[in-house]
Write a protein that binds this ligand. Structure first.
Ligand code: PMP
Ligand code: GLN
Length: 386
C-alpha cells in the first residue's frame, strides 16, 4: 500500500473506551448505547418478517412501507410532507446517510462548516469526499447562560464562496444543546440566497426535555428545501446495533444521494426494514421517549449531585457533561483512563470531539444515561468514592 486516505485517523474513542471498560470490568457510561432490550413487540415483528421470507435485496431506496411510515412521522411531528418515493432513502444507520450526503453535495476543494465539538464521523467523511472541514466553535456556557449554544455570528464569519454545506447536529452530541426558534431564524437568514446545502443530523430527535419540542429543519420550508435531514432508529428503538437510518431531502438532493448510496451499500437489511415498518407505522410510537429519557437524565443528575463531579445542564440527547475539576487536574484523556482503571466507571473525553486543541475545555467528560437505573446506581456508588 503506497498511501492512506486518512493517515492520522486511528480507532474511534468509543471503541477504545468500550474495550478498556471490558478489560477492567468497568461500568460503561462511555459509548452511547442502551443496556436494556428493545420492545418485545418490535422483536416479534422483525422475527415475523424473517419468517415471512423477506430475505432478498430490498429496493435500493428502501422498503416502501418503511418510507411511508417515515413520511407519516414527519407529517405528524413536524408538519412536513415528504414523498416516500422521491424524498426518503433508507440507509445503514445515520453514519452512512451522513457520508452519502457529504459526497452528494460537495466537490473536491469545497468547504463544509461543522460545529465544534463535532461528532467523530464528520471530519473523515468530509476528507474522503475531498472537501475541507471548517470547524466553528459553539458558544460555551457562561454564568448568564449555562448552556452550550450554536454561534451563528461565527458561522456567518466562516462562510466563503467555497462553502458548499453546513453540517449541524441537534440535539447535539456531546453537549446536549438543542435548537430554539431563534436558531432556525438565524440559519434561514444565513443561507438565504446562497448555494449552501444543509446536512442536519437529528438522531436524538426524540430526546428533547423539559417540554421543549425538537425543532427539525423539516419544520421550516426555507431550510427543508436545501437540507438533508438525517436520523436513525438506533436511538429511538433502543437498538443501536440494528443500523437502520434514513435521509429525507428534496428530489434533486435525494437523486444525488442515491447515486452514492446505491454503490456504497445498494440497500440495507430487508427483514429489519419490514419489522421496523410494522412497529413504527403509528407515529405516536415515539411519544413516550422524551419522558423516558428525561427521568434517566434526572436520575443521573441527582446521583452526580452526591459526588464531586458537577453535572452541566442537559436539554437533549442521552448524554450529560460533567466537570471533574474538584476531583482531578488530569487532562481529559488521562482522567478517563484513570477513572476506568482505578474506579471502574467509563466516560468519554470531550476533547475527542475537538479539532482545535486550544478550544478544549480542561476538565469535562461525557456520560451516557441510556442505562438501567441499577447500572446508574452502581456507578454512583463508585463515583462517590472519588
Ligand atoms: N450522529 C450522531 C451525533 C451520533 O451520536 C451517532 C451515534 N449514534 C450517529 C450519528 C450514528 O448513528 P447510527 O448508529 O445510526 O449510524
Ligand atoms: N454515537 C455513539 C456515541 O457518541 C457512538 C457510535 C460509535 O461507536 N460509532 O457514543
Amino acid at each position: 500500500m503506497s498511501s492512506s486516505r486518512l493517515p492520522d485517523v486511528g480507532t474511534t474513542i468509543f471503541t477504545i473506551m468500550s474495550q478498556l471498560a471490558i478489560e477492567h470490568g468497568a461500568i460503561n457510561l462511555g459509548q452511547g448505547f442502551p443496556d436494556f432490550l428493545p420492545d418485545a413487540g418490535l422483536i416479534d415483528r422483525v422475527e415475523a418478517a424473517m419468517r415471512a421470507g423477506h430475505d432478498q435485496y430490498a429496493p435500493m431506496p428502501g422498503v416502501p412501507a418503511l418510507r411511508q411510515a417515515i413520511a407519516a412521522k414527519y407529517q405528524a411531528h413536524y408538519g412536513r410532507s415528504y414523498d416516500p418515493d422521491a424524498h426518503i432513502t433508507i440507509t445503514s444507520g445515520a453514519t452512512q446517510a451522513l457520508m452519502c450526503a457529504v459526497f452528494a453535495c460537495t466537490a473536491p476543494g469545497d468547504e463544509v462548516i461543522v460545529l465544534e465539538p463535532v461528532y467523530d464521523s464528520y471530519l473523515p467523511s468530509i476528507r474522503l469526499a475531498g472537501a475541507v472541514a471548517v470547524p466553528v466553535a459553539m458558544r460555551k456556557p457562561t454564568l448568564e447562560d449555562p448552556r452550550y449554544r450554536p454561534d451563528w455570528d461565527a458561522v456567518r464569519a466562516a462562510i466563503t464562496p467555497r462553502t458548499a454545506a453546513i453540517m449541524i447536529n441537534f440535539p447535539h452530541n456531546p453537549t446536549g444543546a438543542i435548537l430554539l426558534e431563534e436558531d432556525l431564524d438565524a440559519l434561514e437568514s444565513l443561507v438565504a440566497d446562497s448555494r449552501i446545502t444543509l446536512i442536519s443530523d437529528e438522531v436524538y430527535e426524540h430526546m428533547v426535555f423539559d417540554g421543549e419540542p425538537h425543532r427539525s429543519l423539516a419544520t421550516r420550508p426555507a431550510l427543508a428545501e436545501r437540507a438533508f435531514v438525517i436520523s436513525s432508529f438506533g436511538k429511538a428503538l433502543h437498538a443501536t446495533g440494528w443500523k437502520i437510518g434514513w435521509c429525507c431531502a428534496p428530489a434533486r438532493l435525494t437523486a444525488e444521494l442515491r447515486k452514492i448510496h446505491q454503490f456504497m451499500v445498494f440497500s440495507v437489511s430487508t427483514p429489519m426494514q419490514h419489522g421496523i415498518a410494522a412497529f413504527v407505522a403509528d407515529p405516536a410510537v415515539h411519544d413516550e421517549l422524551p419522558g423516558f429519557y428525561q427521568a434517566r437524565r434526572d436520575h443521573l443528575a441527582q446521583g452526580l449531585a452526591a459526588t464531586r463531579l458537577r453535572a452541566l445542564p442537559c436539554p437533549g440527547t442521552f448524554f450529560m457533561l460533567a466537570d471533574y475539576s474538584d476531583v482531578s487536574q488530569l487532562p481529559q484523556q488521562e482522567f478517563v483512563r484513570w477513572l476506568t482503571t482505578e474506579h471502574g466507571v467509563t466516560t468519554i473525553p470531550v476533547s475527542a470531539f475537538m479539532v482545535v486543541p486550544e478550544r478544549v475545555e480542561p476538565r469535562i467528560v461525557r456520560l451516557c444515561f441510556a442505562k438501567q437505573t441499577q447500572t446508574l446506581d452502581d456507578a454512583f456508588g463508585r463515583l462517590r468514592a472519588l
